[in-house]
Design a protein around this ligand. Structure first.
Ligand code: NAG
Ligand code: NAG
Ligand code: NAG
Ligand code: NAG
Ligand code: NAG
Ligand code: NAG
Length: 625
């Protein structure tokens, strides 16, 4: 029972497409037959008109079913066929064309209508087993061939390896089976043909790819039915097709098989495996917290056994034995095959490389039948590249330049004022002028209030300038023209408060403006500064003003924004006015102190300022004097 179970299991692994056992109602004994379904391995293709055979797949593993021993246990082999397109099993009647010999069914030769399913059944009175296989009879033109000169072959090429410079005797496949059959009474004759692969560099396009033995040199020959290679050459590689022929009755029976001959390096060569990469000197640079890939490349020379191994060790342990093995993985691939000498590459991938990994020993090891080699991978931590530092330096410089640029553009007024406060010269020491500022404005206008209440008061009280306002400072009784000219001449700056009606024909303001522009033109240490209280259309200006505008600084009052002493208006103005160091060097402090000019400085504060001036008129004269 146990052996039967093992038989079952064994066949289950061997056969594909197993179907459940079915009973054989036709069987007179009512015996149930074990049906192993259809064997894929047992399926056969034969060229129409050629000799062929079917082997019962039950006997393909003699340890399970041995033909000799089944005969002795009284079991008989029966053949059935299910022709293509039918589903009825028909017993095969032995004929001169279809003959049985031991476990084989011979087709002498195969006909196109032989295609179909074949069943072999092994049976005695108490047991029955059957298995099916498929036969396909192909027309010669249905067989895929590389070349017209090649005979059609339906069986895959058998590989044969011959060492270069070595020799070998090569048999035509299946010849022994055919020769053992009593049915084929005559002796077989075998013809050979060498087919040069068209990928080969030795294939010359103009020459035929099929080379019969007549064209061969002395290094190989056909000896009886076999192929004898005396001295193997690279050019002898390729397919060899052998065609076996038998004379039977009046007909010639034949079949063809192919052999794939490849050359390998001779056994006399060095056979120990060698590690090509890393070399003893090679040092890998690694970077912490990154994925590190270590490459190992080795050469395994050709050996018959073709057993080789390549593996990684970490601190003398294989990868699966390392405690943090999840961080390691490896991939191995063949990169080259040179006459059987294979070059293999193995990459060890280390996730998240750590500082302590630097101290670990990573060894790549290789082994085959003849030898063993191991090599440690030298690791060194990557030093930051100078180019990175260079880049950083450049970046910092650029950022600094940008910062300076921004600082200059935003704070240029402040910087200018600071510079002046340090290096500017006080004009009072170089000229003999009485006033710092002469204010010229249109009388009876909106600007008048601004001049009297804001401009004058800040310039005098906060910034410490001496201010001259004609209406206030002129003495009654003098000639207006002379006095105006003399006042303007005695001032360092002429502040012109531009307004729509400014310097209308024949006005006091026009006189002041002319005096100022003349004084400036004559180099009388006088400068004219324009102040715009409210936006004015340029066309409304008098001709003198329009001409002069190009050369003059214009400071704009920007409403509430300009009320603080730290605003742009006052800074701009101060830049234009003479350098004045406020006593105690507290210039900066004064700037920072916010001077709020109340927005309601309408009548109340205005009258306050004016009344203040009225109360102490001498104050102005004293300071001016
Ligand atoms: C089959 O069995 C016989 C004896 O039972 C033995 O001589 C023969 O070698 C066996 N054949 C195989 C292929 O195992
Ligand atoms: C199959 O074809 C062969 C000849 O090609 C013929 O002798 C034979 O009778 C045919 N068999 C059947 C079942 O048609
Ligand atoms: C039939 O064959 C089986 C082996 O498969 C054997 O054990 C049995 O004895 C045979 N029966 C007879 C009646 O010969
Ligand atoms: C070889 O040549 C044949 C025709 O001569 C062509 O059909 C076939 O594709 C070629 N094979 C290769 C691998 O180039
Ligand atoms: C012959 O064998 C070589 C190497 O084993 C293989 O690359 C090639 O494809 C084979 N050629 C044929 C026609 O089977
Ligand atoms: C690792 O390789 C070096 C040679 O590079 C060798 O000396 C060392 O013994 C090897 N370590 C192990 C554990 O095999």
């Amino acid at each position: 029972m146990a052996s039967f179970t093992s038989t079952l299991l064994f066949l289950a692994t061997v056969l594909v497409g197993i179907t459940p056992a079915v009973s054989q109602p036709d069987d007179p004994s009512g015996l149930t037959c074990n049906d192993w379904g259809e064997s894929i391995e047992g399926s056969v293709s034969i060229v129409e008109g050629e000799l062929g055979w079917l082997s019962c797949p039950l006997f393909s593993h003699p340890s399970v079913y041995n033909y000799t021993s089944t005969q002795s246990s009284g079991q008989n082999l029966f053949w059935y066929r299910v022709p293509e397109g039918q589903d009825l099993e028909q017993p095969i009647a032995s004929s001169s064309r279809l003959a049985r010999d031991r476990e084989r069914l011979w087709l002498l030769p195969a006909a196109a209508n032989d295609t179909g399913q074949y069943i072999c059944m092994l049976r005695n009175r108490s047991s029955c087993t059957k298995i099916a296989m498929r036969l396909k009879v192909l027309r010669p033109d249905e067989v895929v061939r590389g070349n017209d000169c090649e005979p059609p072959v339906t069986v895959a090429a058998s590989p044969v390896i011959i060492p270069l410079q070595g020799g070998k005797l090569v048999d035509c496949p299946d010849l022994q089976d055919a020769a053992a059959v009593g049915l084929l009474k005559s002796r077989a004759t075998v013809t050979w043909m060498h087919i040069i692969p068209n990928s080969s560099i030795y294939h010359i396009m103009s020459q035929p790819r099929c080379r019969p033995p007549e064209s061969w040199t002395n290094d190989r020959e056909v000896k009886g039915v076999r192929l004898q290679v005396h001295v193997m050459m690279v050019t002898y590689q390729g397919l060899y097709i052998c065609t076996v022929r038998y004379q039977r009755g009046g007909t010639m029976l034949s079949y063809s098989r192919s052999i794939n001959v490849t050359a390998v390096n001779p056994p006399s060569m060095h056979k120990e495996p060698t590690i090509l990469v890393p070399t003893r000197e090679k040092v890998f640079t690694v970077k912490q917290d990154t994925e590190v890939q270590l490459l190992c490349k080795a050469l395994f020379p050709y050996l018959d056994s073709s057993q080789w191994a390549m593996w990684w060790m970490v601190d003398g342990k294989t990868l699966d034995k390392v405690h943090d093995h999840h961080r390691f993985s490896k991939t191995t691939r063949k990169v080259k095959d040179d006459f059987g000498d294979r070059t293999e590459e193995s990459v060890l991938v280390i996730q998240d490389f750590q500082a302590e990994d630097l101290k670990r020993e990573f060894n790549c090891s290789v082994k085959n039948e003849r030898g063993f080699e191991t090599r440690r991978v030298q690791l060194v931590e990557e030093v930051s590249l100078p180019s990175v530092e260079l880049g950083c330096g450049l970046g910092v410089t650029l950022v600094l330049m940008l910062l300076l640029f921004v600082v200059y553009h935003v704070f240029w007024l402040e910087l200018l004022l600071l510079y002046r406060s340090w290096f500017g010269t006080d004009e009072r020491h170089t000229d003999d002028k009485e006033y710092d500022v002469y204010i010229s404005y249109a009388r009876n206008s909106e600007e008048e209030q601004f001049v009297l209440s804001t401009l004058r008061s800040v310039l005098e009280n906060e910034l410490g300038y001496s201010v001259c306002i004609f209406d206030r400072d002129s003495l009654p009784g003098g000639t207006i023209t002379d006095e105006t000219l003399s006042f303007v001449a005695r001032s360092r700056r002429l502040l012109v408060v531009v307004s729509p009606g400014y310097a209308s024909h024949g006005s006091q303001a026009l006189l002041e403006l002319k005096a100022g522009i003349d004084g400036m033109a004559l180099g009388g240490h006088l400068r004219v500064i324009l102040i715009q209280y409210k936006p004015v259309r340029r066309q409304g200006w008098v001709r003198e003003l329009r001409r002069a505008r190009v050369a003059l600084a214009l400071v704009r009052w920007q409403g509430d924004k300009s009320k603080e002493l730290t605003s742009r208006f006052w800074k701009r103005l101060r830049v234009e006015l003479p350098v004045r160091r406020v006593s105690g060097g507290e210039e900066g402090g004064k700037d920072v102190a916010l001077m709020r000019l109340h927005s309601q400085n309408s009548t109340n504060s205005q009258t306050g300022l004016i009344s203040d001036t009225v109360k102490h008129p001498h104050k102005v004269f004293n300071s001016a004097g």
